[in-house]
Design a binder for this molecule. Structure first.
Ligand SMILES: Cc1cc2nc3c(=O)[nH]c(=O)nc-3n(C[C@H](O)[C@H](O)[C@H](O)COP(=O)(O)OP(=O)(O)OC[C@H]3O[C@@H](n4cnc5c(N)ncnc54)[C@H](O)[C@@H]3O)c2cc1C
Length: 567
């Protein structure tokens, strides 16, 4: 079943749902004209459909492997990577002074969505590099920027992120990797990192690791962590990869999915590194890469959901079973129709949220405005968690639509589910995203949340005259969300907030999805309007149950003791 990139969805979201018109009206992004946007979407779609999608199965069947200390990648991945690099897709949003295209993150998000749908395990490589480029642009010295960024943008070199250690997963502050000052502007980095995505490959000339480590006087916790750029090959005087650095891939993990992406245990043994950002300021610098990757990983979930949906749709159009009526295919059964409608309408909602988040990032970049910055920060955990939860849910429903054929491997439905499962875990688990939302992102007293809710309600008011029932449903869900947001803000004991963090994030996403679908009722064709009606009448009501869960707080939850759970 060939992948067809959802270009018309992107066009619709850019034109009718997001703030993309405001983005392109800024000086910074004035080159993203309608013609340029169209060219980007159609060219990226072509590459994803014709070059990347045929590699997806290859990565699953022929995982990356470690041979004499070097990672050998899945058949065809080198060519796929070359197509991504040659197309300029790695540095789409990077600074043109370094060879990037300087285009809005909103367009990069659309392209990342398509690349993830086509071949998630390969796409993770340029995603990591994109994040590294942004971190270096903001925090590295001029010398490091000049040397590394052009090569990362061109794809000659690629980038990784190294946070996790055996005792330091979600709790990054527990890391033990050490950095010693060599006295010549470099540092000696030692320690073990685990789960490092794309820690090595056989198609780039160099692999540049951004590694978190602690200087001898670094205090315990996240405040004592610094960030270092540690290349596999130390660049020589001409900037070419020279001497091999003191680091190695110890082993690769055997995983549930994402087999084409090598996930490595890394050993750093006095490896030469250069500091990025200030001493003990490593977490702030790494957060630039992490925020980029959080939106990117949310987008991975949406892309995979799209691939899984297209497979399920095709199967449902073809498979004959029971007295289905009409075409005689299972798509005629009400329950199969429900599954497909849920999948498609949730993808639209999640994609709208990711694009809204990307627009807020672009407006922050273009204007430096604090309100846009707060909006981007608020939307990032929602885009990450809802995008990836949608990916998992849609891929699982995709298996269900296939019946037994979904559980056997030939159809590809199972691979989507296996591959996408990790997206809710890496880049900060979805639980951690939700906790970030209800704690740090409500530290403004709920201002960013309320501005979004007001926007949803203004959209509902505008739609009321033509679509009373649907507009009222979205308005009321937003009103309930406002009340619960106020309740959360009033909780000074953070556990009261954390107990309901995940349902709160899900409810917020549902309301934003309702907002996007209402725009589809107004601006879309009859098919979009019918799908939106389905979402608003059947999925949006979940909001009241989710918010009731939130307002229960923590008391009855924490009354269930660890012993109760083990009884
Ligand atoms: C395929 C793959 C690729 C990866 N790629 C990279 C990479 O490139 N670079 C990198 O540095 N790391 C990478 N990771 C690591 C990933 O980011 C971590 O697995 C993730 O952050 C979770 O850490 P953990 O596995 O130690 O789980 P834990 O932190 O042990 O979490 C276990 C459970 O406890 C919950 N939990 C933990 N702490 C809290 C808390 N304070 N409050 C509430 N709940 C909590 C979590 O949400 C989770 O459900 C990768 C992992 C995988 C599987």
């Amino acid at each position: 079943m060939p992948y067809r990139a959802p270009v018309s969805d992107f066009r619709f979201l850019l034109n009718h749902v997001t703030d993309f018109a405001a983005v392109t009206a800024t000086d910074k992004f004035s080159e993203a004209t309608p013609d340029m946007t169209e060219a980007i979407l159609t060219e990226a779609a072509k590459m994803c459909e014709e070059i990347l999608a045929p590699l997806n199965r290859s990565g699953d069947l022929h995982p990356a492997r470690l041979e004499n200390g070097v990672v050998r990648t899945s058949p065809g991945f080198a060519d796929g990577y070359k197509a991504i690099a040659d197309g300029g897709w790695i540095g789409m949003s990077a600074d043109p002074d370094n060879g990037g295209m300087g285009l809005p993150m909103t367009l990069t998000t659309a392209v990342n969505d398509m690349m993830s749908a086509a071949c998630l395990s390969l796409q993770l490589n340029p995603l990591m590099t994109q994040g590294q480029i942004e971190a270096l642009e903001h925090h590295a010295s001029q010398e490091l920027r000049d040397l590394y960024i052009p090569k990362l943008i061109s794809g000659e070199w690629c980038g990784t992120m190294n946070l996790t250690e055996p005792q330091a997963g979600s709790d990054v502050g527990a890391l033990r990797s050490k950095a010693m000052d060599n006295g010549d502007g470099t540092y000696a980095i030692s320690g073990q990192k685990i789960y490092i995505s794309w820690a090595d490959n056989d198609f780039t000339q160099n692999v540049c690791h951004l590694v978190l480590a602690r200087l001898p006087d670094g205090v315990p916790g996240t405040k004592g962590i610094s960030l270092f750029l540690v290349p596999k090959f130390i660049p020589d005087a001409d900037g070419h990869p020279g001497q091999q650095n003191s680091l190695r891939v110890v082993s690769l993990e055997h995983k549930l999915g994402l087999h084409g992406s090598p996930t490595a245990v890394m050993e750093y043994d006095g490896a030469t590194g250069w500091m990025v950002g200030p001493e003990n300021g490593g977490m702030a610098a790494m957060f630039t890469m992490m925020n980029n990757a959080r939106l990117g990983v949310g987008t991975q979930g949406i892309g995979v959901a799209e691939g899984a949906y297209q497979h399920a749709l095709h199967y449902a159009q073809d498979r004959k079973q029971g007295k289905a009526g009409g075409s005689g295919s299972i798509i005629e059964h009400a329950d199969v129709r429900r599954m497909l409608a849920e999948m498609k309408s949730d993808i639209f909602a999640a994609r709208a949220i990711a694009m809204m988040c990307a627009c807020a990032i672009d407006m922050t970049t273009a204007t430096g405005d604090a309100t846009w910055r707060a909006r981007a920060a608020f939307l990032t955990p929602i885009a990450k968690a809802f995008g990836t939860d949608t990916g998992i849910k849609v891929a699982s429903t995709g298996v269900q639509v296939h019946g037994g054929m979904g559980f056997v491997e030939e159809t590809g439905a199972a691979q989507y589910l296996r591959d996408v499962r990790v997206t809710a875990i890496y880049e900060g688990t979805n639980g951690i995203q939700a906790m970030d939302l209800v704690a740090r992102k409500l530290m403004d007293g709920g201002e960013a949340a309320r501005l979004l809710i007001e926007e949803v309600q203004a959209g509902s008011e505008a739609a009321r005259s033509s679509n009373k029932e649907l507009a009222e449903a979205v308005w009321q869900a937003a009103e309930d969300l406002r009340e619960t947001t106020d309740w959360l803000v009033a909780q000074t004991d953070l556990n009261q907030r954390f107990a309901g963090a995940v349902p709160y994030l899900a409810a917020f996403a549902r309301v934003l999805g309702g907002h996007a679908h209402l725009a589809a009722v107004i601006h879309g064709d009859a098919a979009r309007a019918r799908l939106a009606t389905f979402y608003i009448r059947r999925l949006l009501p979940e909001v009241s149950g989710l918010l009731a869960h939130v307002r229960e707080g923590a008391d009855d939850l924490l009354a269930i003791t660890p012993e109760d759970l083990a009884a």
